[in-house]
Design a protein. Sequence first.
Length: 332
Amino acid sequence: MSTFRLGTRSSAARSLTVAIALAGVWAPASAQNTYPTRPIRIIAQFQPGTSTDILARVIAQKFTEAWGQQVVVDNRPGAGGIVGTEIGARAAPDGYTLTMGVSSAFGINPTLYSKLPYDALRDFAPIGNIALTPQTLVTSPASPYRSVKELVAAAKAKPGAISFASLGSGSTSHLTAEMFRSAAGIQLNHIPYKGSPAAHGDVMTGQVAIMFDAIPATLPHIKSGRLRGLGIGTQTRSPLLPELPTIAEAGYPGFEAVGWIGLVAPAKTPVAILDKLNAEIVRILKEPDVRERLNTLAFTPVPSTRAEFAAFMKSEIAKWGKAVRESGAKAE
């Protein structure tokens, strides 16, 4: 009897072990097959109408159409993207709260701020990149500078005499100008603004000589002739402005300054859910209507794997961190 009972317990234990193992195999597949079963929210760290908000709404609409579950955009602006990003970091890792992975909050802030309420790498699981927003160098149409070469020559002739506008200390536009200043070996006078309209207005009238800003903001003005483009911060020319030389080809090989907007989830979100979200983003970015809309808005679609986006984020933190340190910019 004793032997029989021991064998029964041993058999039961083996059955339980097998059941647990099978559950471990089936659980990820089940999560991927059933997700989502309720509404999803996507946190956008900036105001409605901004690049981050626009892309969030494109993705939300397509998720809703694909899965039959409502996907809403939750705008949580403030503190250069910190407010919304912290909310995303503290959310449950179940795939029902996602956050826009923007270059300012995830690439610049880790170095710009001495203390952040989130860790860009530790607290998030990358899902995938969505689009790039290259920085463009612009000046007034009445400016004496018609090329990057002429601008640099003038800056070297009169160090510190040429002013540049930015969207604020530590912004992508500011740090791009600092990278350019360092690459060209020139001195420039920084004048920070609180937004593109005011900065663009002063550059158009020549009150400020130059500025860097993202192509979605500058493209309409370059096309209309209200701003003159001098260069773009990509490695190859943009199809949106094929006549505009890259700063790299203007004599500064390797120069690259590109904003980016992707999607992330809280750390420890199940891998199967992350994979499903990534696959859907890649599919969405291949749809002709989406590509046409992004092209109209001057975004460059960049579908990626999760691993590619993770590696990209790490490299961007290092690149922008160097620019922050060299500029001396700090925010608290």
